[in-house]
Design a protein around this ligand. Structure first.
Ligand code: NI
Length: 167
């Protein structure tokens, strides 16, 4: 396994749209393993392939308290979203140190492939629902700060650029 480097907002590559995975093969399984390792090391609860500059529809998530329940979502689709919406505080490994409120569907049903190429469906609520919607946005080239006001986005961009220069 290997640690991958995570793109930082406002890197333009975070806005690329990911393509569907054509075959769940050893290359994809290695990507899932490496993304898992990278996410745990960060540490974070979710990571989209887009964030490691791989533009294919792959997400890893682990919202367990024990950090040993890695879930891979390959070619995920949202089958259903609740009308009920909820505001949650979100953060992102690509926008270190920034947390802000985002409104999303409270519950979603997702269909995806796992790393064995098996189709599964899962009803998500709570943190898992927030996380899957956040990560699926990444696959569409969207970072959570884009839900915030233009003023906040400008401030965050400035802060991130200063941070990049400091490193
Ligand atoms: Ni993120």
């Amino acid at each position: 396994m290997a640690l991958l480097s995570i793109l930082n907002y406002p890197d333009k590559r975070l806005h690329k749209i990911a393509k569907p995975v054509e075959a769940v093969d050893d290359r994809i399984r290695k990507l899932v393993a490496d993304m898992g390792e990278t996410m745990y090391a960060a540490p974070g609860v979710g990571l989209a392939a887009t964030q490691v500059d791989v533009h294919e529809r792959v997400i890893v998530i682990d919202v367990s308290e024990t950090h040993d329940q890695l879930m891979a979502f390959i070619n995920p689709v949202i089958l259903w979203s609740s009308d009920e919406r909820k505001i949650n505080e979100e953060g992102c490994l690509s926008v270190p140190g920034i947390y802000d409120s985002v409104e999303r569907a409270e519950r979603v049903r997702v269909r995806a492939l796992n790393e064995k190429a098996e189709t599964f469906e899962i009803d998500c609520d709570g943190l898992l629902a927030v996380c899957i919607q956040h990560e699926m946005d990444h696959l569409m080239g969207r970072v959570f700060v884009e839900y915030l006001s233009p003023l906040k986005q400008t401030r965050i961009k400035t802060k991130m650029k200063k941070l990049a220069h400091a490193m």
